[in-house]
Design a protein around this ligand. Structure first.
Ligand code: SF4
Length: 325
């Protein structure tokens, strides 16, 4: 392979919600020792999950798999109220690592439900975040996955209060067209003042659009079940370049590169930076030389507090007197 120019998107990789969720499990392991039970993948990344498993985290699909009285961490994607109830019934101690931006959507759903609205939730069926949000008001919410779904929605009467919400990790452009179709059918429909697609999703998609203008191929590092990573591939392809989702450097196919000399690299919100470094290393080893630069489209400076039980435990540890002999 000839000399290659690698351009890294910025921002890329961990968002504040993922950072918080991963640190929550790490702190829980430090504070109370292994095992720490985690419901579902804490974030959608195989490497992160595997790493935490080696340190003593046990990932389960359902709270019924957690021993009675144990501690369970809820993942960044949020859970339905029935999951909280299940945890209470098993006397579990819950550390809720739901991203605050997902909690915001849950709170909107509760508010609309209490005010008698029917909600259209724009999102992907089966995604854990969507399952959790729909669980807040299962009888007052209809899922809309694609723009074509809008035509088959019911004829709501004009006095039916309607609102739409969205999953946090959708394609900004596709969601805009779904919202246009929805508002055309139901001009009186309401929505939260600030949209639900989160800052990290929009920033990473905007960065990829700019990256696509400068490169011939965009590699997105992320897991297949990571919604925001999959959207980055779509955004790059829509912008006219070849793009592939890779779990890590071992998944790069040399055939994708062909005659390209300018390669864009980005990573989904749940992919750790060490995977980006691994990809850079792969190119270094498989080419006659590389230059690496970064294209920063916006500076991110967002962070969230750790969940309260972890903050409390850390505060107790901090004031504990040192052990005397
Ligand atoms: S992608 Fe957005 S909503 Fe999801 S964890 Fe990150 S900041 Fe929160």
């Amino acid at each position: 392979m000839t000399e290659l120019e690698l351009i890294l998107a910025a921002p890329r990789g961990y968002c504040a919600g993922v950072d918080r969720a991963v640190e929550t499990v790490e702190q829980a392991l430090k504070l109370q020792g292994a095992p720490v039970y985690v419901r579902k993948q804490i974030v959608h990344n195989l490497h992160v999950v595997a790493d935490l498993e080696t340190r003593g985290a046990i990932f389960v699909d359902d709270v019924s798999e957690v021993p009675k009285g144990a501690t369970v961490v809820f993942s960044a994607h949020g859970v339905a109220p029935t999951v909280h109830t299940g945890a209470v019934q098993r006397s579990l101690t819950v550390i809720d690592a739901t991203c605050p931006l997902v909690t915001k959507v849950h709170n909107e759903a509760k508010r609309y439900d209490q005010a008698g609205y029917h909600m259209l939730l724009i999102g992907h069926a089966e995604h854990e975040e969507v399952v959790g949000t729909m669980g807040e008001a299962p009888d007052s919410m209809t899922l809309v996955e694609h723009v074509d779904d809008v035509a088959s929605l019911p004829e709501y009467p004009a006095d039916q209060r309607l609102a739409y919400l969205t999953q946090t990790t959708l394609s900004v452009d596709e969601t805009r067209s779904i919202i246009e179709a929805i508002t055309q059918r139901y001009p009186w429909i309401e929505s939260p003042e600030k949209g639900d697609i989160c800052y990290a999703t929009s920033n990473r998609q905007a960065a990829v659009k700019e990256l696509a203008k400068l490169t011939e191929l965009v590699l997105v590092i992320g897991s297949v079940n990571s919604s925001n990573s999959c959207r980055l591939v779509e955004v790059a392809r829509d912008a006219g370049v070849d793009s592939y989702l890779i779990e890590d450097a071992t998944k790069i196919d040399r055939n994708w590169i062909g005659d390209s000399t300018k390669i864009g690299i980005t990573s989904g919100a749940s992919a750790p930076e060490r995977l980006v470094l691994g990809v850079i290393e792969w190119f270094r080893e498989h080419s006659d030389g590389i230059t690496v630069s970064e294209l920063e489209t916006v500076h991110e400076d967002v962070s969230f507090h750790l969940p309260r039980p972890i903050r409390r435990a850390l505060a107790v540890v901090a004031v504990d007197p040192p052990a005397s002999n």
